[in-house]
Design a protein around this ligand. Structure first.
Ligand code: ADP
Ligand code: GN1
Ligand code: MG
Length: 359
């Protein structure tokens, strides 16, 4: 590790390097130094991201653009260059490493402690969308094509079932049936996009609560992180993925299924934060589709967990056997809960809109 760290232009001498955070994709380390500076070192997952040069160009372009809009270094991710002035280092095994400034005095939450935390993450992702509204989208590499194309994700699930690579189809028969029964929703938003009824925007595409840093003192938004999937996308997907993760009443892999569902209070808090930051930019139809975005992102992510379980756990990091199947179970339960709450979610969005307009 020493050899890798020494490739980057760090201030101070590194004194420790430890695994850090709960991301499912990259290998993340916190590097402390003897200077008042810490760093995030990441091995970028090359199986998930085949075009790493394109990915790093995207991140560099987006962070430079955001930096023009805010002078505070803690509010935008800062890439640390290598001694050769590159954005990343490729080691002898062909693995790619990058370094970010560690954002100090920040909080990264896996669960909101209260509604305020989730409202603030809505504010962060809404502001992010707002700040990138005029970013030249055509300059971005589409880093994972069809990333939030739910019908394409269903095709991948069906292929995983057909191939039964890890011999696990038998074990997951009931979950497979449940997911296939919900395929009826898969094309809801993609069909509106095809017809030109919904606009493509520059979106984050991975809007989990733990991809936002809050200020530790004020618990207000500091910085949106994990910019690997910034690409053209739908506003409803960014909204929806935050609800999937942040408005859940239990963690992604909760074992006690009685605890699993979506909290309307947390939904309202997130919607309030998100719409206060970017509501003016969204079309009426985009706002109408936000609840469906929540259902679809939960369905899609759950189908990805299930496909990964069937493929032998090759995509998402997992801490124990069966974790991806458990994640798939919680997600289909959330979908069922959300389906029953679609009307109430729509009403809440309208109420928030009226409240905002009256101000
Ligand atoms: P993954 O794609 O694996 O989710 P992330 O880029 O989200 O990787 O990083 C994983 C975790 O590392 C984050 O959830 C957060 O806790 C922490 N992290 C990443 N970048 C920073 C940063 N610049 N400052 C502080 N913490 C960070
Ligand atoms: C992954 O990288 P991370 O942990 O923030 C995944 C998301 C999933 C999420 C499920 C590039 O996000 O798409 O929604 O896990 N990222 C990628 O928790 O596939
Ligand atoms: Mg992450």
């Amino acid at each position: 590790m020493q050899h890798i760290i020494s490739q980057f232009q760090l201030e101070g001498t590194p004194v420790s390097c430890e695994r850090y955070g709960n991301g499912h994709i990259n290998e993340t380390y916190l590097v402390n130094t003897d200077a008042p500076h810490a760093y995030i070192l990441q091995k970028v997952n090359r199986h998930v991201f085949p075009d790493i040069p394109g990915l790093m160009r995207n991140i560099s372009a987006v962070t430079s653009y955001l930096r023009q809009q805010t002078p505070d270094p803690r509010r935008v991710l800062t890439l640390v260059p290598t001694r050769d002035k590159d954005m990343y280092f490729v080691d002898a095994d062909g693995e790619t490493w990058r370094v970010y400034e560690f954002v100090t005095d920040s909080l990264c939450l896996d669960r909101p402690e209260n509604e305020h935390d989730l409202q603030q993450s809505g504010l962060a992702f809404g502001t992010f969308q707002n700040q990138l509204a005029d970013f030249p989208a055509h300059t971005l590499v589409e880093i994972i094509p069809h990333f939030h194309d739910t019908p394409a994700r269903y095709s991948q699930l069906k292929e995983a079932i057909r191939k039964d690579e890890a011999g696990r189809v038998k074990e997951a028969e009931s979950e497979i049936d449940q997911y296939l029964a919900y395929e009826k929703y898969a094309d809801c938003l993609t069909s509106l996009l095809r017809k030109g009824d919904l606009p493509l925007r520059v979106t984050h595409n991975d809007t989990k609560l733990n991809n936002v840093l809050l200020d530790a003192a004020t618990r207000t938004p500091l910085c949106v992180i994990d910019l690997d999937t910034v690409m053209p996308g739908l506003a409803a997907n960014d909204f929806g993925d935050s609800i999937r993760f942040g408005a859940a009443t239990a963690p992604e892999d909760e074992q006690d299924m009685d605890k699993v569902g979506m909290s309307m209070r947390l939904f309202e808090a997130y919607a309030q934060g998100f719409l206060s930051a970017c509501g003016r930019r969204l079309t009426p139809l985009e706002k109408e589709t936000l609840p469906m975005g929540a259902l679809l992102m939960t369905l899609e992510c759950g189908s990805r967990f299930l496909a990964d379980f069937l493929n032998g756990d090759v995509y998402f990091h997992r801490a124990r056997p069966g974790q991806n199947l458990q994640r798939a179970r919680t997600h289909i339960k959330m979908v069922q809960d959300m389906e029953g709450k679609l009307g109430r979610m729509r009403d809440l969005i309208e109420t928030i809109e009226r409240r905002t307009a009256a101000r």
